[in-house]
Ligand binder design. Structure first.
Ligand code: XMP
Length: 519
């Protein structure tokens, strides 16, 4: 085990992720609880995270002395490096407080020059080479602590990487945990394996076992309610929780009738029949469609669906006699986003709706077993839990469903048309072996009719738009570059097979400036 001491950096979870990728178990403890966590975990090594704080400031956080007394290896990242330096007798200066009026910080890409050999570079970097790293710091080390040497430098950080081999202390000014430090994951792997001596044989199976124990401890003999959306995250959370507490879990599937083809049946089949999970199916198609009647403004549609969803969920929760806990498939990117958005006003582009709106309304404790994970890790965990590939690898689907893929008024008829076109598009994508290379692919049904000709007759029908993007987190996206022949095949099939569509167009807009969904 590796203990990661969190000083409040936005990217601490990325450190944990890199350690997991190296096949080593880690736990993150806020610096205020690091001493207790250290005693409990008996780790083989310690990593100190970055922080928005500044070491020279009075009252800024420090690492507990017991960590230094333990004689264990330690890696300090950014603030972690600075706090180590300060506590071991070196000197840190603040970027703004140097008195010369100049900013001395470094933000973004930097190039590090390897000056000396170091165990962290095993199989990776040679003396004299230059490599890209990612910097984000105002303060810096001015004088390193006794016992350290400089192993690598950047133009803005003469102490970009320092080492005290005797005590096995290492400090990086840059952030090895972010993807913009391309070799960072391997530097961290070298630390946890070669320096700390961890075996590197930890797997998702152990994560599953550890989480199950954690859920049991948190929940005790309480009851848990979980909203299923049909998406990967809530599905994995539900199966994991079910494995931990069995029938103490009730899932509620508010079926708004705005799902893709056969999706609702798949959810019911999998959860009820395959896993034997207690599942309440709220068939609310009519209620949603009648509420959507006459609504054309995207935000009004979103607000209605989000509100109705929460009302129905609450009602079901009441019917089953309430619950002590609300389970959610919150992932780490959801956590960072919600944290960073509290920092200042941000413009609402779209009112996102998912079960995430529930906690404020329902005064329940949360069970969020996926909070540390990233999407691809959740998929791995889903596979570990035996969820079928078709479920685990599924493209993300927005909470408001097809309603935001039908600009203008949503009707049952238009939902059915869209479902057919979308199913053909996805079938062709799967047949071409492209499904997993795409982040999201879907059809939209436009409120525009155009003239066409079929079998010598005039047609006057709707336009269907096709969208496919690549992305890593949905925040930015690129258009997927299909072959023209592929798109032609899909267009032909849709126009031939779907009554109500006589023209197909492809959306070539990246995000930004477009968003992924059309509304
Ligand atoms: P946009 O359209 O904002 O979408 O570029 C980014 C990602 O978020 C998904 N999305 C949603 N997910 N509730 C959700 O759970 C929503 O209301 C919602 N709106 C958009 C979208 O599918 C894409 O993956």
């Amino acid at each position: 085990t590796i203990l990661i001491v969190d000083f409040g950096s936005q990217v601490t979870q990325l450190i944990a992720r890199r350690v997991r990728e190296a096949g080593v178990y880690s736990e993150i403890a806020p610096f205020t609880q690091a001493e207790e966590a250290f005693a409990r975990l008996k780790p083989k090594g310690i990593i100190l995270s970055g922080s928005p704080a500044s070491v020279p400031d009075e009252g800024s956080p420090r690492a507990p002395q017991c960590l230094f007394d333990s004689g264990l290896p330690m890696l300090g990242i950014c603030y972690g490096q600075q706090v180590m330096t300060e506590q071991l007798g070196g000197k840190v200066v603040s970027g703004s407080g140097s008195g010369d009026g100049e900013r001395s910080g470094e933000f973004g890409r930097a190039f590090i020059e390897v000056a000396e050999e170091c165990v962290l570079f095993d199989g990776l970097w040679q003396v004299g080479e230059t490599h890209q790293v990612w910097m984000s710091h105002g303060d810096k080390v001015a004088e390193f602590a006794p016992g350290f040497r400089i192993v690598a430098t950047t133009p803005g950080a003469p102490f970009a990487l320092i080492a005290d081999d005797a005590r096995r202390y290492y400090g990086t000014q840059f952030h090895p945990e972010v993807v913009h430090t391309p070799d960072g994951g391997r530097l961290i792997a070298n630390f946890v394996r070669h320096v700390c001596g961890c075996a590197g044989d930890w797997t998702m199976a152990e994560f599953r076992a550890a989480k199950i124990a954690e859920i049991r401890e948190q929940v005790g003999d309480g009851n848990v309610i979980c909203g299923l959306s049909g998406g990967v995250d809530s599905a994995v959370a539900a199966v994991l929780i079910h494995e931990a507490i069995g029938d103490q879990l009730t899932c509620v599937f508010v079926d708004h009738g705005l799902m893709r083809m056969n999706e609702a049946e798949q959810v019911l089949g999998l959860f009820r029949e395959h896993y034997g999970i207690k599942l309440v199916h709220v068939d609310a198609e009519e209620m949603f469609l009648s509420g959507l009647a006459g609504l054309t403004d995207p935000e009004k549609k979103r607000k209605f669906i989000g509100g109705a969803f929460i009302d129905l969920f609450e009602e079901e929760a009441r019917k089953i006699g309430g619950a002590d806990f609300l389970a959610q498939g919150t992932l780490y990117p959801d956590v960072i986003e919600s944290v960073s958005f509290t920092g200042g006003p941000s413009v609402t582009i779209k009112s996102h709706h998912n079960v995430g709106g529930l906690p404020e309304r329902m005064n329940m404790q949360l069970v969020e077993p996926l909070r540390e994970l990233f999407k691809d890790e959740v998929r791995d965990l889903g596979r570990e839990l035996g969820l079928p590939e078709i479920f685990v690898g599924r493209h993300p689907f927005p909470g408001p469903g097809l309603a935001i893929r039908i600009p203008g008024e949503v009707t049952k008829e238009r939902c059915d048309i869209l479902r057919k076109a979308d199913a053909i598009y996805l079938e062709e994508i799967r047949n071409a072996g492209l499904y997993d290379a795409i982040w999201q692919a879907f059809a939209v049904l436009l409120p525009v009719k155009t003239v066409g000709v079929m079998g010598d007759a005039r047609t006057y029908d709707s336009v269907c738009g096709l969208r496919a993007v690549t992305s890593t987190d949905g925040m930015t996206a690129d258009v997927y570059p299909f072959d023209a022949s592929f798109l032609t095949r899909v267009a032909t099939r849709i126009v031939n097979e779907v009554n109500g569509v006589n023209r197909v167009v492809y959306d070539y807009t990246s995000k930004p400036p477009g968003t992924i969904e059309w509304e």
